[in-house]
Write a protein of this length. Structure first.
Length: 293
């Protein structure tokens, strides 16, 4: 994979290693940590904690997007996240807003967020790409085949990496047609969204296929079902919080592939993992290799 995939948009994103986005869920029903930080004051403290652990940015969301989840209203979404974003951004913490609603995105940007992370890639709310273009902010376009209520039924692929790449390419065309500059686009293959475990592994094993589109990649594998099934080894999957070591392994391997950022619940392990991967890549690229004796 070309190292250009790690360059990312301008400003904060010129790092020489994969970045770590810490997840701040202000929801009662997220699959992993729903209800742990349901109120703004608790979520603000969680954001500060993740930054202290090494998060490069905080991804704040107020609506669960786990498979099967039901939508909430924009007003409730804003009630959950507005003060969180305003406070954390006011303290100087880089913020992305995790939403599929353009009204929410606009309010979040006004409160200090600087990235839109849209798991529908503009499919759920066609106005969203126009908001990203108008504000000239980085826009995460996620592979999308349908909303959480139906996505599990849409996990049908013959060649998952190439099909995801081609479908993302069509999403990017629509986003660019709305005015989003190419240098502002980041791609997320949407692990667990309209994909079963085999599909998730197929995407991760072929990130080079996605990299041919020429955009930075954002990987969100944290605590997901395919890791639980792997760790179950035929038994009962461990709870989401027991999947953090496996998540850190994905972070390290993704960083070796040159992805722009990983999105995780437990920041400390992945912060270490991406630094190890950066050292590994540097040694591979710069150190001379001794001739065999």
């Amino acid at each position: 994979m070309s190292s250009s995939t790690n360059s990312g948009p301008a400003g904060l994103f010129g790092a020489d290693r994969t970045l770590v986005a810490g997840i701040v869920n202000v929801t009662p029903d997220s699959f992993s940590d729903g209800g742990e930080w349901p109120e703004p004051e608790q979520a603000i403290e969680r954001g500060r904690e993740l930054r202290a652990q090494g998060a490069d940015l905080l991804d704040v969301g107020g609506e669960s997007t786990r498979p099967g989840s039901r939508r909430i209203g924009v007003e409730e979404e804003l009630r959950r996240i507005s003060a969180v974003i305003a406070t954390l951004a006011g303290e100087g913490h880089p913020i992305s807003v995790d939403t599929i609603n353009s009204r929410t995105a606009e309010a979040a940007l006004a409160a200090g967020a600087t990235i839109i992370n849209d798991i529908s890639g503009g499919e759920a709310d066609p106005r969203m790409p126009h908001v990203a273009a108008e504000h000239d902010v980085p826009y995460v376009v996620t592979h999308w085949r349908g909303d959480p209520t139906i996505m599990n039924s849409l996990a049908r692929y013959d060649d998952v990496a190439r099909e995801v790449r081609d479908e993302l390419a069509r999403q990017v065309e629509r986003v660019q047609a709305a005015g989003v500059a190419p240098e502002r686009i980041i791609l997320d293959p949407g692990l667990g969204f309209a994909k079963d475990g085999r599909d998730d592994w197929g995407v991760l094993a072929h990130l080079d296929v996605l990299a041919t589109l020429g955009f930075p990649l954002f990987i969100g594998a944290s605590r997901k079902r395919f890791l639980g099934n792997l760790l179950a080894a035929g038994g009962t999957p461990p709870p989401p919080q027991a999947r953090d070591h496996a998540t850190a392994a994905i972070s390290a391997l993704s960083a070796l592939e040159g992805v722009w950022a990983v999105r995780v619940h437990d920041v400390a392990g992945s912060a270490d993992a991406v630094r190890v991967a950066a050292a590994w890549r540097a040694a591979r690229n710069d150190a001379p290799v001794a001739a065999p004796q």
